[in-house]
Design a protein around this ligand. Structure first.
Ligand code: ATP
Ligand code: MG
Length: 170
């Protein structure tokens, strides 16, 4: 199905903003989401639930592996044949030696560090599988102690208004 990815991405981020407003648990970690999202509607062929699951996992990681009060920057931009989303945090970052393993099943950076946070180490492995199934790519840039930026690119065919039905009408 073709999904307006601009709208869907904003909707997923809205839910993360809403958690903070509704949550009464003092343990809930605080964060600020900064959005740099194109205004343009971009129609991408994806499954809504699958895409939501991927963004949820990356957003949950950004919160989980950052100190309280961090800023998370979410971007959506378009290139010639792709849409690219990125989610950047100011958290723990990933040691250089581990960056190549971050998408492996059950891999978690420093067992001791991760144990306290809870989790299985499957989130990113699953995310990578489903992004690849959608024909896209997922990768990360990270500096230990500074933060991480996760990128997702998906194939995108720009919609040209001139194309509308014309070809099949005669
Ligand atoms: P879950 O299966 O619940 O998602 P998880 O969060 O440990 O568990 P992944 O999402 O696959 O598993 O992440 C794998 C590991 O990569 C994490 O345990 C953590 O060490 C590291 N990691 C992931 N995202 C970040 C991030 N934004 N900043 C720092 N480390 C991260
Ligand atoms: Mg995770």
């Amino acid at each position: 199905e073709y999904v307006n990815i601009n709208e869907l991405f904003n909707y997923i981020l809205d839910r993360f903003d809403m958690i903070l407003k509704k949550e009464t648990d003092p343990q809930q970690k605080k964060y600020t989401i900064q959005r740099k999202i194109t205004q343009k509607d971009l129609w991408v062929e994806i499954d809504t639930d699958t895409f939501t699951q991927v963004i949820d996992n990356i957003m949950n990681n950004a919160v989980k592996y950052s100190p309280d009060g961090g800023v998370i920057t979410a971007r959506l931009m378009e290139t010639k044949n792709h849409v690219i989303m990125s989610i950047a945090d100011q958290g723990l970052g990933i040691p250089r030696k581990d960056i190549g393993h971050i998408f492996d099943r059950f891999f978690r950076v420093d067992k001791a560090r991760s144990r306290k946070q809870g989790g299985t180490g499957l989130g990113l492995a699953i995310s990578k599988e489903v992004v690849n199934l959608l024909g896209g790519q997922i990768w990360v840039d990270s500096i230990e102690g500074k933060g991480s930026t996760f990128y997702i690119s998906l194939p995108y065919v720009p919609y040209d208004e001139g194309d509308e039905w014309n070809a099949s009408e005669d």
